[in-house]
Design a protein around this ligand. Structure first.
Ligand code: NAD
Ligand code: UFG
Length: 348
């Protein structure tokens, strides 16, 4: 029997790639998204890419804080599981507008959990983040590390993880997988879907990409005095297609085994500096990325990368792609869509 999966935030960067992998894996997918940080065009592209499976995708424009809307969605389809991406994710904005973040991410998730419970759908995959490791005392980060959060966005991830653990403890019918993503980059190899942030990008690779297509003059490198091989920060970059595959592995785990609330890192286990990433992107794109060296960005950790052992062992999943493929696919998306899903005229 074909399984029905509700994907909240499925029009977004990671959600759209995951929706495509789900369709290609034979699942029925219903996306709910309010488009606060995404474009419906992404879903049209997902449909095209899914070709024979395109009819298995439907989209409902709704805010997950709207409980009535969620209730209607669950009344019309019996879902086997939910993958919950919907949330706001800009760290700086979360410091400026903490209540917006608590309202959107926490209230939205609580609503979703309540409606799921009301309808007897008790399998969930949630998008957590390596941000819950803060500035780790050592690397690689294992799932047992103490949790911390340096900003309201990070706290929403931490709180939602705790809420999920409490919900599962209170009712053993729940099965929940918390996935802690490291740094998702790259795009689908078709170049038809990718990351398209609104306004000035906060993250490294979307920024690099916009410099490469001429939308920004240079990249500011935040911090050159870290205790790393070239002084710049180290992160665990993971290809978004690998990340999407990790969700299929998590679903298989939910469907096939008894489990309570489990947490898995999704990363490659390899650390890369900012300058190494820039060099790899320059090579993939043939474009020079002008750099301006600057001080550290407040709140940034020095070195963060994942232990991937638990995901390998228990989800039977590991990342396939390296930074070369990440940069190749990011550039393919950027060069085909220099203004993302919009056109140059839409730029303010
Ligand atoms: P994204 O902004 O591209 O996708 C999130 C989607 O959720 C968007 O399409 C947005 O419109 C939607 N959304 C937000 N609030 C909503 C609401 N109240 N109701 C309905 N839809 C809503 O972000 P992404 O990079 O695809 O991230 C997906 C998830 O993964 C997020 O929860 C994010 O916090 C988490 N995450 C992302 C990263 C990263 O670096 N991209 C790292 C770790 C964790
Ligand atoms: N960096 C720059 N210049 C920029 C942007 C970033 O030098 O313009 C550097 C940062 O200082 C850091 C590295 O590039 O050393 C990566 O920065 P990102 O902002 O791309 O990623 P972070 O690891 O800081 O944070 C991201 C998300 C968080 C998430 C975390 C782990 O923003 O929300 O990955 O998943 F929690």
């Amino acid at each position: 029997m074909t399984k029905n999966i509700l994907v909240t935030g499925g029009a977004g960067y990671i959600g759209s790639h995951t929706a495509l992998q789900l369709l290609q894996g034979g699942y029925n997918v219903v996306v709910v998204d309010n488009l606060v940080n995404s474009s419906e065009i992404a879903l049209h592209r997902v449909k095209q890419l899914a070709s024979d499976f395109s009819n298995n995708l439907s989209y409902i424009k709704a805010d997950i804080r709207d409980k009535e809307a969620l209730d209607k969605i669950f009344s019309s389809t019996k879902f086997d599981a939910v993958i919950h991406f919907a949330g706001l994710k800009a760290v700086g904005e979360s410091v400026e507008k903490p209540l917006l973040y608590y309202n959107n991410n926490l209230t939205g998730t609580i609503n979703l959990l309540e409606v799921m419970s009301d309808h007897g759908c008790k399998m969930l995959v949630f998008s957590s983040s390596a941000t819950v490791y803060g500035w780790p005392k050592e690397v690689p980060c294992t799932e047992e590390f103490p949790l911390s959060a340096a900003n309201p966005y990070g706290r929403t991830k931490y709180f939602i993880e705790e809420i999920c653990r409490d919900v599962q403890r209170s009712d053993g019918e729940w099965k929940i997988i918390l996935l802690r993503y490291f740094n998702p980059v790259g795009a689908h190899p078709s170049g038809d879907i990718g990351e398209d942030p609104l306004g000035i990008p906060n993250n490294l690779m979307p920024y690099v990409q916009q410099v490469a297509v001429g939308r920004r003059p240079h990249l500011t490198v935040y911090g050159t005095d870290y205790n790393t091989k070239d002084g710049t920060g180290v992160r665990d970059y993971i290809h978004v297609v690998d990340l999407a595959d990790g969700h299929i592995a998590a679903l298989n785990k939910l469907f096939d085994t008894d489990l309570g609330c489990e947490v898995y890192n999704l990363g490659t286990g390899k650390g890369t500096t900012v300058l190494e990433m820039v060099t790899a992107f320059e090579k993939a794109s043939g474009k020079k990325i002008p750099l301006v060296m600057a001080g550290r960005r407040p709140g940034d950790a020095e070195v963060v990368y994942a232990s991937t052992e638990k995901a390998k062992r228990e989800l039977n999943w590991k990342a396939k792609y390296g930074i070369e493929e990440m940069c190749r696919d990011q550039w393919n998306w950027a060069s085909k869509n220099p203004y993302g899903y919009n056109s140059a005229n839409d730029e303010e």
